[in-house]
Design a protein around this ligand. Structure first.
Ligand SMILES: [Zn+2]
Length: 348
């Protein structure tokens, strides 16, 4: 008979063969241990779990040990203990927990940086905890990923149900058809599904100013939000908090807005003028909407200045926004990135 055991802070898990002789030997170990240490097992707090043990043997074992009989799967330290490979069904509780947490957080009032922090520190941590014990099925990872992306971007997750038709088998293979918005049955393709599900808006002319071959992702992201007027500037915050008085943290004169920050504010304008002076394209305006309109007229090509203009604009917007936040949230001077100095250094 072989015994193997795992000790945790409060618990002892013992594994042995599911036969009467092994259990008798195990019981003798417990009794001998009790004689030496004075510690005896409390039967009410002990549970026995069986994996593929015949019923008659089970009954004999329960009679010998008098432990409570538990049912698999059971959870230990919040993860399921299983006698087989982990399936999607076993991870339902993890998926539900992540969904519940996501529903409880009101992401609309959080900045994108805040949402990212929650995704990284709270929501992903739940998945990582399980993944440290088990290899998670691909379907579970994808489903949690979809939920987290929805939380980050503030969108709802689509459920594709009614529109899918399975139309029986053709040459031994199942053929999937898709019902389009126009009511036509077509071959299933992700292109068609995307076309039917997305909310179509007119194509913007400025996309190549933000997204181009050499864009810096974090700069492009902030520029994209600035163009869409989706950054949490003080003029927008006043709508959520009526009666509050805000002052631009860069000039301390008026409340900030996209137009003010990029680049009507005397502080950010002085930076933009220096940066603009370094460009070949000196005729650029000083307000973001004007700059975007002006650049949008010229298609993106492989010429170096075409790329430099775009990199410069995105970097200016990013570093001004960063400096504004550092000052607004009073990040200690020695910890501060000195955003503007960094920007100047990049393009000197
Ligand atoms: Zn200002």
């Amino acid at each position: 008979m072989q015994l193997s055991h795992i000790c945790f802070a409060d618990d002892l898990l013992v594994f042995c063969n599911g036969d009467v002789n092994s259990i008798r030997a195990f019981q003798k170990v417990l009794v001998d241990f009790g004689k030496v240490s004075g510690l005896h097992p409390n039967n009410v707090k002990n549970t026995i779990f069986f994996g593929s043990v015949p019923l008659d043997v089970k009954l004999k074992i329960v009679k010998i040990l008098s432990f409570e009989v538990g049912q698999l799967p059971m959870q230990y330290l919040k993860v399921p203990l299983l006698a087989k490979r982990l399936g999607i069904g076993d991870c339902r509780s993890l998926i539900e927990k992540v969904n519940k947490k996501v529903k409880n957080w009101k992401n609309k009032k959080l900045s994108y940086a805040g949402r990212l922090q929650i995704v990284a520190s709270v929501l992903s941590a739940m998945q990582v905890y399980w993944a440290s014990v088990y290899m998670l099925p691909q379907g579970v990872i994808e489903e949690i990923d979809k939920t987290l992306k929805g939380f980050f971007y503030g969108t709802k997750i689509f459920l594709l149900k009614a529109k899918l038709k399975w139309l029986g088998s053709k040459n031994g293979r199942e053929e999937i058809k898709w019902l389009t918005n126009e009511g036509k049955k077509v071959h299933f393709s992700t292109h068609q599904v995307w076309k039917d599900l997305r909310v179509s808006k007119p194509k913007v002319l400025w996309h190549h100013i933000v997204w181009f071959k050499f864009f810096e992702p974090k700069h492009a992201f902030i520029l994209w939000l600035a163009i869409l007027n989706r950054l949490s500037t003080q003029d927008r915050m006043q709508i959520w908090m009526p009666g509050s008085v805000f002052k631009c943290s860069l000039c301390d004169k008026v409340n900030d807005s996209i137009r003010h920050l990029f680049f009507e504010c005397e502080y950010s304008k002085s930076i933009w003028m220096v940066m603009k002076g370094k460009l070949l394209f000196k005729g650029l305006p000083n307000q973001i909407d004007g700059i975007v309109d002006c650049l949008a007229k010229y298609p993106y090509n492989n010429k170096i200045w075409c790329t430099v203009n775009r990199i410069m604009l995105a970097a200016c917007v990013y570093f001004v926004w960063n400096e504004r936040n550092c000052r607004l949230f009073r990040i200690k001077k020695d910890l501060q990135m000195c955003s503007v100095q960094l920007l100047m250094g990049l393009f000197s």
